[in-house]
Design a protein around this ligand. Structure first.
Ligand code: CMC
Length: 428
């Protein structure tokens, strides 16, 4: 293959270099397009064909259903690694040695207290507030309580900011849930592992000792790993673009949490469970909902189906489907909506509408069923996604800053009114 691309506009021809990734992905580098062509730009709604950066963190092949973090397959990581190891690999590039992991965990633990005044902010939210709104606000508030800006060129500064947020974010997640449940805002224990500590902070009741259920712990570890990064998705792109103005890490993360909230992105896990419940309440007629999803006059979409990049299957969904069966069996829970979900999946896999559009179950289709079995309220599902995605967002923000990427600032094609004279209010 030639290493340039030729573009013809009218009489003029322009040449642009091709960029090749380590997995042979190819892009046309149009950095000089506007200058060379005297003002022509590209337009690509939803950035379906636009690469925003070169990145060494996550590789995703949507056609083949491949997902790898730092070169390691998601299947192997989900089976063999724990969440903190995966977080370390995403953020620092390599799986940690035993010593590195211990130090990372120790530093996180010594940063896992948040300013007590944050409790006042939590208190001020109405109980009806959506947990994602609370989490985004509290993450932003962390900036106010930790105002020193990070000198990204100092490895030490960068490391300190990372262990700070890795320590404090789970506390905010737990408090967000406890606020909704009217439980005291507590802390975990330094003697526990990272994920065990999260569970204690979330689930411990004020009047009983908390015992870790290993089935729940293993499932949570797996879910967090599966959500840990997904290259340039909506929330990650938001984190990178907010950070590209040199906004701090916590402020950029808060922006990412808001982007994740939407039902077309992370909010889909809540939407899936609500959809499955609605189908159950409506008598379990999956065919009726399949027909609604295909009807172009009906805004209903089959939540948890389809993906911008995966056009074969979502490898995370495969792992989560097996995990859902295991967790429910091990906890002795029979959830009728699991059967509804499986029926919907079977019907969709055999339906020309879904087959032609390459719509398969995505990561959110089965995850909510596991979260519910763990005792996590539906409104908290997207918060759990955010908890898992934290290391990915950090890694992407760090990479963007260390690569000294320019501020993200797309252009537009203006389609509004041309210059016209001002009309005084009496004449409008
Ligand atoms: N149900 C019914 N039809 C669908 C669905 C669905 N879930 N998803 C896509 N389609 C149709 C869509 O109507 C369009 O049909 P047509 O070509 O006739 O106009 C075609 O499939 C292509 O869809 P699109 O909206 O152009 O695709 P996209 O890449 O812009 O959107 C998506 C991807 C994930 C936003 C979309 O599939 C969707 O809304 N899915 C449901 C929400 C969901 O589960 N989101 C979680 C995504 S995975 C977790 C994450 O990373 O956030």
């Amino acid at each position: 293959m030639s290493d340039t691309a030729r573009l013809q506009i009218g009489e003029n021809s322009y040449e642009f270099p091709l960029v090749k990734g380590t997995e042979n992905e190819v892009a046309i580098n149009i950095k000089t397009l506007r200058t060379a062509t005297n003002g022509v730009i590209t337009i690509d709604p939803g950035y379906k064909n636009t690469g925003s950066c070169e990145s060494a963190i996550t590789f995703l092949d949507g056609e083949k259903g491949i997902l790898r973090y730092r070169g390691y397959s998601i299947e192997e990581l989900a089976e063999k690694a724990d969440f903190l190891e995966v977080a370390f690999a995403l953020i620092f590039g390599e799986l940690p040695t035993k010593e590195q992991l211990e130090k990372f965990h120790k530093d996180i633990k010594s940063n896992s207290v948040v300013d007590d005044d944050i409790k006042k902010i939590v208190d001020a939210f109405p109980k009806s507030a959506h947990p994602m709104g609370i989490l985004s606000s509290l993450t932003s508030a962390l900036t106010a309580f930790n105002p020193s800006s990070v000198n990204v060129d100092s490895e030490e500064d960068m490391y300190n900011a990372i262990v700070k947020i890795m320590g404090k974010f789970p506390v905010l997640v737990a408090w967000t849930m406890r606020k909704k449940q009217g439980l005291p805002l507590n802390y975990g224990s330094k003697s526990l592992g990272y994920v065990e500590n999260i569970m204690k902070m979330m689930f411990e009741q004020p009047n009983e000792d908390y015992e870790i259920d290993t089935v729940v712990k293993d499932a949570l570890d797996k879910l967090l790993i599966l959500h840990a990064d997904h290259e340039q998705n909506c929330s990650t792109s938001t984190v990178r673009i907010a950070g590209s103005s040199h906004a701090g890490l916590f402020a950029s993360l808060s922006a990412g949490i808001s982007a994740l909230w939407g039902p077309l992105h992370g909010g889909a896990n809540q939407a899936v469970l609500e959809m499955l419940e609605a189908i159950k309440e409506d008598g379990g007629d999956t065919k009726k909902y399949m027909a609604k999803a295909k009807d172009k006059n009906d805004p209903f979409r089959l939540m948890g189906f389809g993906h911008r990049v995966y056009k074969n299957f979502d490898p995370r969904a495969k792992i989560i489907k097996v995990a859902a069966d295991e967790v429910l069996n091990n906890l002795g829970i029979q959830d009728p909506i699991l059967a509804i979900a499986k029926d919907l999946e079977q019907e969709a896999l055999n339906d020309p509408y879904f087959v032609e559009r390459k719509l398969y179950p995505n990561v959110d289709f089965y995850s909510g069923i596991i979260y519910r079995a763990m005792g996590i309220p539906v409104e908290m599902f997207t918060v759990m996604f955010a908890l898992g995605r934290l290391p990915g967002w950090i890694a992407q923000w760090k990479e963007m800053r260390l690569n000294h990427e320019p501020i993200g600032r797309p252009r537009q094609i203006y389609i509004g009114e041309n210059l016209r004279p001002f009309k005084s209010i009496e004449n409008r």
